[in-house]
Design a protein around this ligand. Structure first.
Ligand code: GAR
Length: 190
């Protein structure tokens, strides 16, 4: 059974979608741990409700990024994690975490990369007035949203729609695309 570590910083709707896919049998994996960098994040409550062991690592408690990530790696190796799933984890991954999990960390981003990398991709796309945006799942490398693209799905921006409506449409797509893409990687043995 493939063991997943889901990393999240906020609401956790993608974490939930992954847990649901495991429950309904469309994703053949185990969500072994949730890793969160924000002690008060909503996703920690969601993990409790689902019975996922939650590990909260507050970077402020560590002297530097290397020590922060080394602590996370310790837990991941102890739990024998196969794949790291970034789901709204709003922090760059440094080399301490990248090196032992090279090619085993993926991220979901709410735009069609390479357009609109970084923070508030939905706001960036909305302000640019694009007619099509979307969702990208990609491998994580040392850059900001620069890793190899695994899957993308377009989302039309309806005329006259609000930023919130675009966000809603994008998240609906994320909740399908992310579990399905993880399953494809597992099936291909990646
Ligand atoms: C998602 O829309 C995800 O694509 C985005 O954060 C949101 C988290 O929502 N990630 C990024 O912007 C990463 N650069 P969630 O906490 O409800 O899953």
């Amino acid at each position: 059974m493939t063991k997943l570590a889901v990393f999240a910083s906020g609401t956790g709707s993608n974490y939930n979608a992954i847990v649901e896919a495991v429950k309904n049998g469309t994703l053949d994996a185990e969500v072994s741990v949730l890793v969160c960098d924000k002690p008060n994040a909503e996703v920690v409550e969601k993990a409790k409700l689902n019975g996922t062991p939650a590990f909260v690592f507050d970077p402020k408690q560590y002297r530097n990024k290397q020590m922060f990530e080394a602590k996370i790696v310790e837990v991941l190796q102890e739990e024998k994690i196969d794949l790291i799933i970034l789901a709204g984890y709003m922090r760059m991954i440094g080399k301490t975490l990248l090196r032992p999990f090279e090619g085993k960390i993926i991220n979901i981003h709410p735009s069609l990369l390479p357009s609109f990398p970084g923070l508030d991709a939905i706001g960036q796309a909305f302000d640019a007035g694009v007619k099509v945006s979307g969702v990208t799942v990609h491998y994580v490398d040392a850059g900001m949203d620069t890793g190899k693209i695994i899957a993308q799905q377009a989302v039309d921006v309806q005329d006259g729609s609000s930023r919130d409506e675009l966000q809603h449409a994008i998240q609906q797509v994320e909740h399908q695309l992310y579990p399905a893409t993880i399953q494809k990687l597992i099936t291909r043995g990646e």
